[in-house]
Design a protein around this ligand. Structure first.
Ligand code: SAH
Length: 265
């Protein structure tokens, strides 16, 4: 048995413009055994074209949840990956879709859902959205024309995950190891039988806001010109993948700093 179930894998479409692609994505998911579809701020939805393209997967379209922002769509997720055909200004942990699917199937996610983000048809995912992700996933394609249609990208990812889930052997009784490195690229794997749950996207968003405020208060960064400091810190935490207790400790430290400053001013 894989450690994660198909129902714990969420496909998140970020601001899709064509309802047909929503239907196509739903069909792609259902053919591979997935049903958790989240749509962030769609241009046109619900729409008859989504139903039409979904064919026999109308149930997935009907069950789709619509969110106002990416943060809300992934708040409860313990691992978030963003699919992208292009590399970005700050290098991020990157895996090919098959490497990602292998890691996903092998790892213990502490019962938390995993989110896979897909970008807009015309512009993909924005940098601030990619910076929420633990990992960037690429479908290897023609370097001169790597951009797949949105629903087709969903199909390839859903296919690779479903293959990896069906290949995964039962978990071994091997002694739990401290953070190990993913076998092929990716982010460090969570050790098995960890004593705490992984921090969720919402825990991390709270930490980043808190940290950003404190860094501005102590004038480590200019709030009007934060430069790349927060991006680099986000990347570091994405790489480390702290658990919920570690995030709580860091926030406790930040709160102490704030109180000490308030007392001395
Ligand atoms: N023109 C956009 C691509 C949009 S394609 C850009 O340049 O970024 C719509 C979405 O499908 C992308 O945001 C991504 O989520 C997914 N996608 C398309 N091709 C992909 C590829 N080769 N690898 C990974 N994801 C891809």
């Amino acid at each position: 048995m894989p450690r994660i179930l198909a129902r714990d894998i969420r496909f998140v479409l970020v601001e899709p413009s064509h309802p047909g692609n929503i239907g196509g994505a739903a069909r792609a998911m259902k053919t591979m055994g997935f049903a958790d579809l989240a749509i962030v701020n769609p241009q046109r939805f619900p729409d008859p074209q989504a139903i039409w393209r979904a064919a026999g997967a109308v149930d997935v379209v009907d069950g789709a949840r619509v969110f106002a922002g990416v943060e809300q769509a992934i708040a409860d997720c313990g691992w978030v990956v963003g699919t992208s055909a292009r590399s970005r200004r700050v290098p991020w942990p990157v895996a090919t879709v098959d490497q990602f699917a292998e890691q996903l199937a092998r790892e213990d996610h502490g019962g938390k859902p995993v989110a896979v983000l897909f970008g807009r048809e015309d512009r993909g995912l924005r940098n601030d959205e990619l910076e929420i992700c633990n990992l960037h996933v690429v479908i290897p394609a023609n370097p001169d024309y790597p951009s797949l249609n949105l629903a087709m990208a969903v199909q390839v990812v859903a296919y690779e995950i479903s293959r990896a889930l069906s290949r995964t052997a039962p978990p071994s009784d091997a002694t739990p190891s401290p953070l190990t490195h993913a076998r092929d690229g990716g982010t460090p794997e969570l050790p098995t039988d960890w004593d705490r749950s992984p921090a969720t996207a919402s825990d991390l968003a709270g930490l980043y806001r808190h940290l950003g405020n404190v860094l501005s208060t102590i004038e480590f960064q200019d709030p009007k010109n934060p430069r790349l400091t927060m991006t680099r810190l986000r990347r570091m935490f994405s790489r480390i993948r702290p658990d919920q207790t570690e995030v709580a400790i860091l926030r406790g430290i930040l709160t102490r700093i704030e109180r000490t400053i308030a007392r001395t001013h």
